[in-house]
Design a protein. Structure first.
Length: 221
């Protein structure tokens, strides 16, 4: 009986020790508490594991790690042309939340001549308060298909974001299909954002790609 009690105590003690391990500290506060620098000699490359969503890691003043948000900070979707892609609608995995200022940055490739564009959109709660969308030109052997353009969203033209393709908000794309591209819808009740890609029969390489490169949230109350 005494041997059994000793064995049980040993198992319990081992479990407790492995539950909280301290390096350079005798009072670990978490399962692994390292009082010093950390070196990781081998790490997997995320792009080699077919991940579609990426999450940020933060640390507080005591060095404890946290996931920056339960939602991913970057993700990508290929909406593409029929029949190359069945999907033409994409609901972003980031939700606009009350009490937060959310900034979303990203890049896409438009329907008209496959012109690339970048965007930065800032929301207070679920209401867009500012944005910058910049389109670059597409060069070919015979010249440029599209003209560069920059749109700065303000109180006066913020409604353009949901009523016009973000690929061509300034209306200066020279290709005839200027009404086609990425349309963004924002549900101010649920905070959800949807991107709809309107295609055209002519194919331009990679057109329809929509990638969010970073999402930041700041709590203001």
């Amino acid at each position: 009986m005494k041997q059994f009690i000793t064995f049980a105590s040993s198992v319990f003690l081992s479990a407790y020790i492995f539950a909280q391990v301290g390096i350079n500290t005798e009072t670990p506060k978490t399962e692994l508490d390292v009082n010093g620098n950390i070196t990781v000699r081998k790490m997997k490359n995320a792009e080699n594991n077919n991940f579609t969503n990426y999450y940020g890691i933060l640390s507080d003043e005591e060095g404890q790690f946290y996931r920056s948000s339960p939602e991913p900070i970057s993700y990508s979707k290929y909406l593409g042309y029929e029949p190359m892609a069945a999907e033409h609608d994409f609901e972003l995995p980031t939700t606009l939340k009350k009490g937060y200022i959310t900034t979303i940055t990203g890049v896409g490739i438009g329907a008209c001549c496959g012109a690339p564009f970048t965007f930065t959109l800032t929301f207070k709660d679920s209401r867009l308060i500012s944005g910058v969308i910049e389109r670059t030109s597409v060069e070919t052997g015979t010249g440029s298909y599209t003209t560069p353009g920059t749109v700065i969203l303000s109180r006066n033209n913020v409604s353009d974001l949901t009523s016009k393709p973000i690929d061509n908000l300034d209306g200066k794309i020279t290709c005839p299909a200027s009404a086609y591209g990425h349309y963004m819808q924002i549900n101010e009740t649920t905070g959800k954002i949807t991107v709809k890609f309107l295609d055209i029969p002519q194919f331009f390489p990679d057109a329809g790609t929509f990638s969010v490169t970073n999402v930041t949230k700041v709590k203001y109350k």
